[in-house]
Design a protein around this ligand. Structure first.
Ligand SMILES: Cc1cc2nc3c(=O)[nH]c(=O)nc-3n(C[C@H](O)[C@H](O)[C@H](O)COP(=O)(O)O)c2cc1C
Length: 169
């Protein structure tokens, strides 16, 4: 059983660019008694509205998007390198087509109502504060629209208040 210690946002020593962009994270949420997860490598952490926040960007077609929309919270689980293949799997197969979590062999734990993974090395628990769909007319650099949104599947931005952080000891 993993031993976690709760830390404050100020105690988080990971480089956020490495943490999100290179280590990736499993975005996990529960709805209607089910749990789904997907890999994300776009996002951020910082301060907004005077609160520590984490932001994720989820395309509308993701099955996980439905879970995040229906829940009050989501978690961001970060793993060590041993779980890289699992994160690739979570990021290439949809929960609509497979029971990804069962296939992965990972263990879902709960903090209150919020699911996360016991095997993670770091977990951020986020209470949803804000949801906004990106709009093409809002892009200042319109090359990004051509580069990333040929299908017009503009990301939805979710800002969550980071209410708890668990770090594996
Ligand atoms: C490394 C990596 C990073 C990804 N980052 C994101 C992301 O930030 N936002 C997103 O919408 N999809 C991202 N994806 C794609 C989803 O993880 C992928 O479509 C997944 O299968 C969705 O699963 P779901 O349908 O069960 O939600 C990423 C995939 C990989 C492999």
């Amino acid at each position: 059983m993993a031993q976690f210690r709760e830390i404050t946002p100020s105690e988080l020593s990971d480089n956020p660019f490495t943490l999100i962009g290179e280590d990736w994270m499993a975005v996990t949420a529960a709805a209607k008694g089910r749990v789904n997860t997907m890999t994300a490598s776009w996002g951020g952490v910082g301060i907004l509205w005077g609160l520590p926040v984490a932001t994720v960007y989820i395309r509308p077609q993701r099955y996980t998007r439905e879970f995040i929309d229906q829940s009050v919270s989501f978690s961001l689980s970060v793993f060590d390198a041993a779980h890289r293949a699992t994160l690739s799997y979570f990021g290439s197969v949809s929960g609509r087509d497979a029971d990804k979590i069962k296939e992965s062999g990972l263990t879902v734990a709960y903090d209150g109502e919020t699911p996360y993974f016991s095997e993670a090395r770091l977990v951020l628990f986020c209470r949803k504060l804000y949801r906004q769909e990106m709009k093409p007319e809002s892009f200042v650099d319109t090359a990004l629209v051509r580069q990333w949104y040929l299908e017009r599947d503009y990301h939805i931005m979710y800002v969550g208040a980071v209410e708890k952080i668990l770090r594996r000891e």
